[in-house]
Design a protein around this ligand. Structure first.
Ligand code: ATP
Ligand code: MG
Length: 589
């Protein structure tokens, strides 16, 4: 509200009583000396030990007041940046009727990951794992013309996914907070522009949250669509792998990262069948014959929608399941089980190879094009072929990008080298195209009066996962080191010997001064030892700590400690407030 207007209108100023809540003696932030037994990673350990978080059941957590403060800061940043790009906030229900999910076909396809329940009349509902159906129905029923577009709607709220393996605290939970946004455009170009806007917003959001991140090309999986990027926070505990080139900036999820193939050529020798008794694995065969694993052709038998398909990769490489799924156009495939080998006795387990392999589709990785001097199974027990040349001795049905990239592989776009790093996926954006608008009938009439389907995009951020990812990048063995903009408070004011009357008074004065500066301050007003106070302060990870101790007694000065760097300075209380203000100014807060 404009200054003065409120007073003129007779609206009383809201009474902000932040300081009352931020007295540590009253704060509900139960810290722990020991790590919880189930906490395997730093963020989980430190968020629980620091009194931010408590576990209720597997993948389900309580957020305590300090945790909520951090969460609200992150949400605040997300809101600002979404609004800046013209997105509008909505709140959609968690409880979603089955009928909507039948429309998109995902009621059955989403599988066990969706938590499902029945109401008293026996009607089926799901707890929203994502909201494409909900939002498409809302927009479909409430827009009609091209004038209503473009539109970008978002919400921040709970999502439920019955993960196979909830773990790592907030990183893979079953109930978690997500920001999900959905864009609706007249045409493809509009959709691309909305996508770019969200890419920009995400870049600013992750920058402001203080994390080192990378956007990578990604698979669209269950959500669907063609173009997608994941936003990865680089951290050793991340479950994702990203391949990136420092030279040209190419970056992709390892699941679909491309790499430049170099010609494969093993020892030149005539095509010949050799005896390899009992040698089945790549390791065994390469050891037995004295050839490098990469000069073997690994022939993997897959059952694809009930039919066998042979997939060829060099012996030292793995075939990527996501790459295969894209190529096969179905997720219904798996490597042969024992039963499949029994059902298809023409394929000799351990000795199957592409030469003379009839009646089956043979898909070869790009690296095998023109490969020579190779070794492969002979389709005869205890024998392999050597001196095999692809193209001469057999011709695959197709050469495709099937093998997974590795650290050190040549970049597909430049002369550089790919690096592989672990990352936490904190966000993903998708160009959905017409997937939901066609199946759910979300259309508009254009300028000519013709009915057209809406082009959609969707955009998610794992808000609680992001909170954990921040901690993964910002902590030491003693606790969290929150970046200033997402910290539960700016300053932790820690007076020692608080039982002394004059110390208490000095602390109260400084506390008030800092609050008047507009800073968020947690005052440790407990009569605890310095050791206890510092241990808790380290766990909380508030960026600036002001200590009122012996130095204060001697010189009236305070000790300013910077949690992230460990820097210390003895300064006057006024200077301290100024320094924190300055730091806040630098981040625009
Ligand atoms: P993952 O591959 O890690 O299971 P996803 O690709 O299925 O995630 P999306 O559908 O893209 O997830 O959801 C958007 C965002 O929600 C993700 O980028 C991630 O940050 C977050 N998210 C997804 N699943 C979880 C979970 N189980 N716990 C916490 N956050 C999650
Ligand atoms: Mg994702």
């Amino acid at each position: 509200m404009v200054r003065g207007l409120r007073e003129k209108a007779g609206i009383p100023r809201p009474e902000v009583k932040m300081e009352e809540k931020m007295r540590q003696s009253r704060l509900f932030a139960p810290t722990l000396k020991e790590s919880p037994a189930d906490a395997e990673i730093a963020s989980h350990r430190l968020l629980v030990r620091g009194g931010f978080l408590r576990r209720v059941a597997s993948g389900i957590y309580d957020f305590l007041p300090l945790g909520v403060r951090v969460l609200r800061k992150i949400e605040g940043i997300i809101r600002e940046e979404m609004n800046r790009e013209g997105a509008q906030e909505v709140v959609l229900p968690i409880l979603q009727p089955r009928e909507l999910w039948e429309e998109s076909g995902r009621w059955s396809r989403y599988g066990d990951e969706m938590m499902r329940l029945k109401d008293r009349a026996g009607r089926d509902f799901g707890l929203g794992p994502t909201h494409e159906e909900m939002i498409t129905a809302l927009v479909r029923d409430n827009i009609s013309s091209y004038r209503d577009l473009p539109l970008n709607l978002y919400q921040i709220g709970a999502k439920f996914r019955d993960e196979v393996r909830p773990r790592f605290g907030l990183l893979r939970a079953r109930e978690f907070i997500m920001k999900d946004a959905y864009s609706f455009d007249r045409d493809e170009e509009g959709m691309r522009e909305s996508y770019r806007a969200m890419y920009r917003a995400y870049s600013r959001i992750f920058d402001r949250c203080g994390v080192r991140w990378m956007a990578v090309e990604a698979d669209t999986g269950l959500i669907g669509g063609d173009v997608s990027h994941e936003f990865m926070v680089l951290a050793g505990v991340g479950e994702d792998r990203v391949a990136y080139c420092e030279g040209c900036g190419y970056a992709a999820n390892i699941n679909l990262a491309e790499f430049r193939r170099e010609p494969l050529s093993g020892p030149e020798r005539p095509l010949e069948k050799v005896s390899t008794p009992g040698q089945k694995t790549v390791e065994e065969v390469s050891g037995f014959l004295g050839v490098e694993p990469r000069h073997l052709i690994k022939c993997l038998m897959y059952l694809v929608e009930g039919k066998p398909v042979a997939v060829l990769v060099p012996g030292d490489r793995e075939a990527g399941e996501v790459k295969l799924e894209r190529v096969l156009g179905t997720s219904e495939f798996r490597l042969f089980h024992q039963g499949d080998w029994d059902n298809f006795p023409q394929y000799v387990q351990g000795f199957v190879g592409p030469v003379g392999l009839d009646g089956v589709d043979v898909l070869a990785d790009l690296s095998l094009r023109g490969a020579r001097g190779m070794v492969c199974g002979s389709n005869e027990e205890d024998h392999h072929l050597v001196g095999v040349e692809v193209g001469r001795d057999f011709q695959p049905n197709r050469f495709l990008d099937l093998a997974l990239a590795r650290d050190g592989d040549p970049c597909p776009r430049c002369e550089g080298v790919l690096r592989v790093a672990a990352g936490i996926e904190v966000g993903q954006i998708f160009q959905l195209g017409l997937k939901y608008s066609l199946s759910m009938g979300c259309t508009y009439t254009d300028e000519k009066g013709e009915e057209r389907p809406v082009h959609m995009g969707c955009y998610g951020i794992g808000v609680t996962r992001l909170m954990a990812a921040i901690v993964e990048q910002h902590h030491d063995e003693r606790g969290i080191r929150w970046p200033l903009e997402v910290a539960p408070a700016h300053v932790h004011l820690v007076p020692l010997n608080y039982e002394k009357e004059e110390r208490r008074k000095a602390a109260e004065d400084l506390y008030r001064q800092l609050l008047e500066e507009g800073l968020e301050v947690l005052l440790d007003d407990r009569e605890e030892s310095a050791g206890v106070k510092f241990a808790d302060s380290d766990l909380f990870g508030i960026p600036y700590r002001l200590v009122l101790g012996r130095v204060y007694e001697e010189s009236g000065k305070v000790e300013l400690q910077v949690r992230s760097t460990g820097e210390r300075a003895v300064i006057s209380p006024e200077e301290a407030a100024g320094q924190v203000r300055q730091a806040l100014g630098r981040i625009g807060a």
